[in-house]
Write a protein that binds this ligand. Structure first.
Ligand code: ACO
Length: 431
């Protein structure tokens, strides 16, 4: 039996609206026909309470701290899977068989090179360019090299070819952006290595020296990338969907997602966290002072890496990262004063009524930077690492949308609050 919600309007009319229920019993009121039936729209700035689509990819329960990709718990995937396998799962809906995975990996390996001409682009950026600016531009620039893959109504084969290329090449673009920023020669992909090891090699190999990939670093990177791989309809993913809904190609849609991720309230927070911890350290380590600043309504300072739109209990990703961070630093024998500051800050915030009342907990970005730092990844590359991790999620969400025959261009309504109609007067009469 179809469930309905009743809505009574200010003019006394009552209308029935269908209720939609998800597979985890999440409920939504379907207001698609509300305006046609009544002339009303809904208003929800910041989409605090608006479902923009139905999706089979990621389930997130913010109250209970649950995160699952295609039904698999994030902790189990982190423990047992690889980033490439998780990418396949997100994009194609099921864990791959051995043959499917072999074929997928071979395709990723075959498409790792970028066109030699693209190296000129990197060389012409000023030395201090933020790598997120380079990455977003380069991903969009890939469209120049694949004019045959830009059709809005692609065949499944062409769609797969585009997906494979972008997944493989993003590592090269990211590593080249880094090498450019430090003035070192680019290192080409080495396809005998797996997805993550190949990336680490491109980042850290220098022609004059042998670089040996540390298996602990490789596993830590797999874990971080898996944890970032999807997070349902967040700011950057919604951007990818919105841009893609105009039938813009995948390269352009992903590039816009990278730009959205860059902001400090979203993926850019991982860089901001580390810079904040460094500031506290330089200031003598008094984190309580910074906690007070975050609580002061007259001060724009926020505790970066704290709070989340959806998680109001704990962020399950933060829990996994915190443990990984402890384990890794112990394994490598690193005693990082920033970790001690982060722990002190977390402990103090979790006891502080301001943070408790507002349900503000450490999010995924709070400890990830300390791991990246221990791996030798520079602070301005942290958000790039996030983008590499989030890529399969963006692709999966885009693919789900474009394969839906009912897809419509994203186009919100508004409530206009500006001037009503008035008449133009020539400039000389305006005084
Ligand atoms: N430090 C201090 N106060 C905070 C913080 C913080 N980090 N986060 C939220 N608050 C306060 C707000 O000032 C507000 O207080 P008020 O009710 O007295 O006005 C209240 O908590 C609610 O916060 P909102 O900003 O309304 O919550 P929203 O859901 O819009 O924002 C966000 C969520 C953007 C993540 C916010 O918590 C924030 O800015 N955090 C810091 C940046 C950050 O870590 N971003 C990464 C998020 S995870 C990710 O994108 C990967």
């Amino acid at each position: 039996m179809t469930k309905i919600a009743k809505l009574t309007l200010d003019d006394g009319r009552t209308i029935d609206l269908p209720v939609i229920e998800g597979s985890e019993h999440e409920k939504a009121i379907d207001i698609t026909k509300l305006r046609a039936q009544t002339g009303y729209v809904t208003l929800d700035s910041g989409y605090m309470n608006t479902g923009a689509c139905t999706s089979k990819i990621t389930f997130l329960d913010g109250e209970n701290g649950i995160l699952r990709y295609r039904g698999y718990d994030i902790a189990e995937l982190c423990e047992k899977s690889s980033f490439l396998e998780v990418s396949y799962l997100l994009i194609y809906g099921e864990l791959p068989t051995a043959d499917e995975f072999k074929a997928f990996r071979a395709k990723i390996r075959n498409h790792s090179l970028i066109h030699e001409d693209m190296k000129n682009f990197f060389n012409n950026y000023p030395g201090q360019t933020h790598p997120m600016a380079i990455l977003s531009s380069m991903v969009c620039s890939l469209s120049a090299y694949y004019p045959g893959l830009l059709e809005s109504d692609q065949s499944p084969e062409d769609r797969d070819a585009t997906i494979t290329r972008i997944l493989s090449k993003v590592r090269v673009l990211a590593a080249f952006a880094y090498k450019r920023s430090i003035g070192q020669a680019f290192v080409y992909p080495k396809n005998s290595l797996n997805y993550v090891a190949n990336f680490l090699n491109m980042m850290f190999e220098v022609p004059a020296e042998d670089y040996e990939i540390d298996p602990v670093a490789q596993r830590a990177m797999e874990l971080l990338l898996i944890l970032h791989a999807d997070h349902e309809q967040n700011c950057s993913t919604s951007t990818v969907r919105l841009v893609g809904s105009s039938k813009a190609n995948l390269f352009a849609s992903i590039s816009s997602g990278i730009c959205a991720l860059w902001g400090p309230l979203h993926g850019g927070a991982n860089q901001e966290v580390l810079e904040m911890l460094e500031d506290i350290h330089k200031d003598g380590g008094d984190y309580k002072k910074f906690l007070d600043m975050a609580k002061d309504k007259n001060n724009p300072f926020k505790l970066m890496g704290f709070g989340h739109r959806v998680y109001k209990n704990f962020d399950p990703r933060a829990k996994i990262i915190k443990k990984a961070c402890d384990d890794l630093l112990a394994k490598w024998g690193i005693n990082d004063p920033l970790l001690e500051i982060a722990k002190g800050l977390e402990e103090a915030a979790l006891k502080d009524p301001y943070f408790v009342e507002r349900k503000l907990y450490p999010n995924v970005d709070f400890y990830s930077g300390i791991i990246y730092r221990a791996m030798g990844i520079p602070t301005n590359m942290f958000t790039v690492m996030f983008a590499i991790g989030r890529l399969p999620g963006w692709i999966a969400q885009w693919k789900e949308m474009v394969e839906d025959p009912a897809m419509k261009i994203g186009r919100p309504r508004q409530i206009y609050t500006g001037e009503t109609s008035r008449t133009y007067s020539p400039i000389e009469r305006r005084g």
